[in-house]
Structures are given as C-alpha cells and as structure tokens.
Design a protein around this ligand. Sequence first.
Ligand code: ZN
Length: 375
Amino acid sequence: MLFNEIVGQDDTKQLLLRAVQTNHLAHALLFDGPQGSANLALALALAQYVNCEDKQPDDSCGRCASCVKMQKLVHPDLHMVFPVANMAKGKTSEAYLADWRKFLLDQPYRTLSEWLETTGADNKQGNISAEEARNILQKLSLKSYEGAYKLMLIWLPELMNVTSANALLKVLEEPPAQTLFLLVTNQSDKLLITILSRTQRVAVSAFSDEEVATYLRQHQNMDETTARRLAYLADGDLSEALQRSRTETSGGESSDTHTWFAEWMRTCYRQDLISLVKQADQFDGFSKEKQKGVLEYSLRLYRDLFLWQQGASALLRLPDDELAFVKNFAKVLTIQHIERIVADLNEALYHLERNARAKMLMLDISLTFSRLIRS
Ligand SMILES: [Zn+2]
C-alpha cells in the first residue's frame, strides 16, 4: 500500500514519514481510529515504507523488490495476526492467510463483521487466541529474511483474550531487535493499560464527507451526487459507504434512495391513497437490505430536519437534494410532528428486523405521515 493511495490524512502521513526519516520511529505503534477509517491502510503503508529499498520523501517507491512483495502482502518479514472465529484447537489465523490477503487487497477499509462473513462465520464472535500469541513469539524469534524490519501487524488487538494480551505485553516489554509492531485498533479503550503504555498512539480521525465522496468517485466510478449522498449517510465510515454502494448498485431500477424517498414524501403530502399503496408494493419488492436502507435514510433526514427546526442548520452538511427537502418540509412540519415521525421510523425498522410484512409497515407509516404533514 502506498501512502498516496490513501485519501486525505496528510498530517498523519507526514508524521509517520518524518519518524522514519529521522530514525525516531517507536518500536510499537497503535493506529487508533474508528471503524471505516484509514487506520489499517496507514499501517500497511508504513510497513511498506520502512522496508522500501528506494524511499522517496513522500512515499515508498512502489517498484523495488520489497515494495512488490509488500503490495501483494507476501513479504516474508510481514507477519499478520487477525481475529478468527471457530478455530479448531492448535490452529491460528495463519490457516486463513490466503483469504485475508485477498480481503485486504480488495480494499483495506474493512470491518470485523465483513471479515467474519468472508470466512463463513457470520453469527460468531471473532477473537485472537492464546495459540495465536505463542505463534507471534515464535515468528519473532526468527531472523528477518531480507528486510530491514520484521513487521508484526495485529488487526483488532482488543479482541485478544487475557492470556494472549499478556504474551503480547511480554514481547512489547522486551522487543526483539529490528522489529516493528503495528497494532490497528477500533476500540483502544478495550486494550490493557499496560499495552497502551508500551505503544505510541497514532490518532487516526474518521474520514470527512469530502474524502469519502472523493474515494467513491475515484475507486467506484460513482457520479458526484450519489457519492456525496453515500458519504453523507456513512458519516465518515468508508467501509459503510462501500457496503452501501454495493447495495445501491445491486438495487436495479429505482436504486436511487433519495428519488424514491422524495416521491414517497410527495405522495404522502398529496394524500394520494392509490399511489401510496403502489409505493408500499414497490417497497415490499425491495431486498431486505434495501428496505432497511430506505428507512435508515429517512430517519437520518428527519433527524436533520429536526436540527434544522431547532436552528442548528450550521451543523448540517447536506447534499443539495436533501437540503431542498429539509427546507421545504421545515415549513410544513412542527417539532412534535417530526418527533412522532422519527419514533415511527424507528419502530418500523425494529419490526422490519423481526420480519414484519414490509408492505403493511410501509402503508402504516405512510398513512400516519400523510395525516401529520397535512394537519
Ligand atoms: Zn520500494
């Protein structure tokens, strides 16, 4: 991974580059950022940079033997540990290494649930076992093959159990020479204090809406409007934006959530019962994911409408179509109405998750909304 493949994060990149260039790199770094941030990507970019044979001022060269192997995640000095579920005794995450590389090479903005799904362990919990920790120690006792650094990347160390965390702590206290630990966490508050105190924290902020939209345009060939809308919904979580973009593109006709939502609200406003039934049928035909997406989108907009009514318009970063909706509906809805609508949407989401009939749910809230909007 090159630094310049990562959108934004300029300060953090400079900090890491300077630390390497001035020989001030700590032996253990904690990339601490929320889910869907660049924490894992930055760790991978740093891993590549430290062993690059032709370091450039702002990035790895991308062409030397080390870079070529790092880019495929097959460098013999790169060791990676990640949570797995349901592992047979004595086995470690190494058994999933091929899947893991493919998963990261596809794109490095990933969540635990995506990973567990990939390994066929959907409803299970992932963890990093004690065997895993023993395996870490064994690997690090080996000499580095070719690189300047042996690298140990640990994804989600907060999922280590006490035994494995303590084993890790021991190595962090007495680190083997020329070894760099890259811990990538989404929940640093769940790490042992002693681990925190032995790592240098690299704070990674969530992506801005602008950065998420830029990524979607560049990597998903998405048009400006859709990219901005997905960025708005994902709230800085790039993995969520990417998941939404998959639902969006697999949605077929009427895949544009805002268009559907706007039409729905207009129909409610007109109190056009026949069209409302038609729309409820349409909603019923959507996939479950898409149905949830529509309701979550509506909820987000009504919450923003609420903020707007309260005079907090400065807090809103709305794309154009959404802003137009908020401005229009702010004229016809009172705070009490909005509160009621938000409550109804929440309840509809709750029942949808529990397999209520989508058509009935939709018709039910449509009738309530049209009554509220017109009252
Ligand atoms: Zn290189």
